[in-house]
Every structure is written in C-alpha cells, then in structure tokens.
Design a protein around this ligand. Structure first.
Ligand code: ATP
Ligand code: MG
Length: 428
C-alpha cells in the first residue's frame, strides 16, 4: 500500500508554529477592532464565475492557478484563490454596499495551484481588510496605517513600503497602448509568458521576474506620465497623508498588482529575507469591481497579507518565538496522590486563569515523568507523592535540570491551600 501523505503545497501546521499563526490572527483581530473594522467569515467555495468576473480571465490566477471542479449538480465551483471577490459578492448580496460606508476584515485560507516553495503554497492563509464607499485618499491612507500598525505590533522589522498609481480607465487605455508599442520592439527577446501577455494583459509584463524581460521593462514608459488630473491629485493626497503620519514609502513605477481589478493607488510591503517571495502584504484601490460584479458602483480599497510569509519572518527574526510551552508540569506517584493531584490541578486552573499546567497522565516512574516534564518545556515542577500527600502539601521545584538531578534535589513544600498564591508569585 502506498504511503498516505498530505498533498503537495498543503501543509500541516504543528503546535510549535500554530502559536505564531494564532499570534498573527489575534493581532489582526485586535488592530481591526481598534480601527472599527468588522470581521467577515466567507465560504471557501464559490461559483467559478465569481472569480472569472472579479479577478479577470487573463490573469495567472484564473488561467493556471484555480482549483475548479464541477460539483455533483454539475455546477462549476472553485476554491477561493483570494478573498476580495467573495467580500464584494457578500457585500452586494446582503445589501451592505449600496450608498454605504463599510470597513471589513477577514482571515482564512486561500488556494492556488502554484509551484510550492518557501513562502509559496497551494493552501495558504490571508489576513486582509476592505473598505467601501469612500473615494478619497484619506481611506487609502487609513488602510496603510492599519497595515503599518499590524506589522509593527507583530514586531516584524526590515520591511519596505512601495506605492504606485495605476490611474483610472483613461490613463490605463493610453498607457496600455504606449506600453504595447514599446514592448513590441523587443518582442523576440521577451519570455514566453510575456509574449503572450503583450496583447492580452501587457501591464502584467511589468511584473515579470525573468531577467531579460526585467531589463527591457526598466526602460519602458511609466504610468506616472499618463495619470489623469484626478488620479494625480488622489495620488498626491495619499502621499501627503503618509508623510503626515511619518510612514516611510518609496514610489515604484513598475509596481502593478497581480490581479486585474486594481485602479489608482496600489502598494506592497516587501522584505528581502524571503527570496523571491518578498511581498508580505499587498493591496490597492479597486473602484470598478463592485459594479463589475453587479452592484451599484462603489469605491473600494483594501489589502491582503500572506500569513505564512509573516510566520516565516517571525521565525527568522524572533529566535524566542512565542511558544505555547506549559509553565508547570505536575508529577504524581501512587494512586491516592494521582486522585488528589487531579483535584488540585483543576483548582489551580480555576484560580489562575492564565496558568498553563500539564498534569502527568499514564503513570510512570518519577524519572520518566521528569523526562516528560523536560520535553514539555515547563519551568516549574510540582511533585505529589505519598509523603507529600500525608502533609497535604506539594513539592515545588524550579528550573529544568536533568531528570536525575531533579530526582535528587528536593524542593519547597507548599500546602494545597497556599499553592495558587504561591504559584502566582512564581509565574511570569
Ligand atoms: P506573488 O507575487 O507573491 O505571487 P500575488 O500578487 O499573487 O503574490 P496577492 O494576490 O496580492 O498575491 O495576495 C496577497 C498576498 O498573499 C501576497 O502578497 C502574499 O503575501 C500572499 N500570497 C499570494 N500567493 C501565495 C501563495 N501561493 N502562498 C503563500 N502566500 C501567498
Ligand atoms: Mg501570485
């Protein structure tokens, strides 16, 4: 029989890493509530047409990366490759967008059939925000301030904020023509993907990671020279607000977002620590999507970040990654002590809500229990044997030494009634 394994690019997250995932989600939830963003929990599976209409037919995501299949009713459905399309769909469906302002955030898995590598997976997680009904640069600045606070609260350093403006429809039409005109002169030298995109989605060529294409792109005409007056004013207002807030940024003329629906301001927080998976958070304005999906027109801006990439950075940058290690391991010897210890442990958990305590289970000699305690990472040991039981007390020992050293050294005896208060002073 062949060995059962997880699918390529679909990861198990084990307890040591789960703590970091939880920290990312908890930080997002906390910052969201401080800015007044409400949480959306959306389906993982949606009609394929939603993504085709939202993301755009000639994008990598739709052409090559979607998990699409016909369900048992013959309906084409897809695992969501991102959460913005679902957010707009839900907003329209529940009447939340028409003539209203909304601030939403979300967290959850997304799926793309990509080549798995560090920081790029087939199931990954996104945390993101979306704001509707606000057209001015003030809200663009707000979502950046939110992202800045989120990344800072996580303690992730060394990130760079890059921004650009894609302009509105008119700028894009004119720019597209100029870009095709320029790139056509180098058509033979472009990589295969870029050749194909040259006429379907030329802006995507700017995003190419192929060295020769990148060289050609470096001298291409720049969108900034094609912005309409209002788009330019919007861009200036956004930049002014970032400067007011002291959030450093760089204007990157080549920055275009991977998905089709962006208009005007786009941005990315990038790192150089994750190889070519350098974008940890990305977003922008997408004023046309709501109407494109059948709602009445509503301006929109948002961002999404890759949780796995944030976790990789946390692991790299913070050697003391927040672990879930218990603080206390409780050893028992003999059946009577075991019964008493169960009661004492529950009592401690009642009295000390923050306490992380593991009660030994499955018996074992003291030596093997001490071995388990060491492996658990707990900093304090409680030992309840027959002699302690007779005194109505528990032996408390601190600091993890070798199991044998512990067996010999004896700790402080603390009576049951005083144990909670005693531990409270010893736990950090
Ligand atoms: P990339 O250029 O890295 O492929 P993208 O432009 O396709 O990213 P978006 O659609 O903007 O990405 O998604 C927002 C964020 O989600 C990205 O900035 C990245 O951090 C994360 N992300 C995207 N695809 C993956 C993936 N396959 N695995 C892990 N994280 C991902
Ligand atoms: Mg991608």
């Amino acid at each position: 029989m062949s060995k059962l394994q997880s699918l390529r690019g679909f990861n198990d997250v084990l307890p040591a890493q789960s703590a970091l995932f939880r920290r990312v989600f908890a930080t997002a939830a906390d910052v969201a509530s401080r800015y007044g963003y409400g949480e959306l929990r959306l389906p993982l599976l949606e009609a394929t047409t939603l993504f085709k209409r939202a993301v755009g037919e000639v994008t990598d995501v739709i052409e090559k990366e979607m998990y699409s299949f016909d369900d048992r009713d013959g309906v084409s459905v897809s695992l969501r490759p991102e959460l913005t399309a679902g957010t707009v769909r839900a907003g329209i469906e529940h009447g939340l967008l028409h003539n209203q302002q909304q601030r939403f955030w979300y967290a959850g898995p997304a799926f793309r059939h990509e080549r798995p590598q560090a920081g790029r997976y087939r199931q990954f997680h996104q945390v993101g925000v979306e704001a509707y009904g606000m057209a001015g640069p003030d809200i663009d600045a707000e979502v950046i301030a939110f992202s800045h606070r989120f990344l800072t609260a996580l303690g992730i350093g060394g990130l760079k904020l890059e921004i650009n403006s894609l302009g509105g429809a008119e700028a894009r039409v004119n720019y597209r023509a100029a870009l095709i005109n320029y790139l056509s002169r180098f058509e033979a030298e472009l990589d295969e993907d870029s050749k194909r995109r040259l006429h379907t989605n030329p802006l995507r060529v700017l995003d190419s990671k192929v060295p020769r294409t990148k060289e050609i792109v470096a001298d291409a005409p720049q969108l900034a020279d094609y912005l309409e007056t209002e788009s330019r004013a919007h861009f200036d207002g956004w930049r002014q607000a970032l400067e007011d807030l002291g959030i450093a940024y760089e204007v990157s003329p080549q920055l275009v977002r991977g998905l089709d629906y962006y208009t005007r301001g786009v941005f990315e927080w990038t790192t150089t620590e994750l190889g070519s998976q350098g974008t940890v958070l990305a977003g922008g304005r997408y004023d046309n999507l709501v109407s494109q999906l059948g709602g009445s027109p509503s301006p929109a801006v948002g961002w999404a970040s890759g949780v796995e990439r944030l976790v990789l950075l946390l692991e790299k940058q913070q050697s003391q990654a927040a672990a879930d290690a218990p603080q206390v391991y409780f050893c028992t010897m003999g059946e009577a002590a075991e019964r008493q210890a169960r009661i004492v442990a529950e009592d401690l958990r009642n009295r000390l809500p923050q306490l992380r305590l593991v009660l030994n289970a499955g018996g074992g000699k003291l030596k093997s229990q001490l071995g388990r305690a060491e492996k658990s990472g707990a900093g304090l040991l409680l030992v309840l044997g027959e002699s302690e039981l007779a005194e109505g007390a528990v032996q408390v020992k601190s600091a993890i030494q070798s199991a044998t050293a512990h067996q010999q050294a004896s700790g402080e005896r603390v009576i049951f009634a005083a144990l909670a208060d005693f531990l409270a002073t010893r736990l950090v």
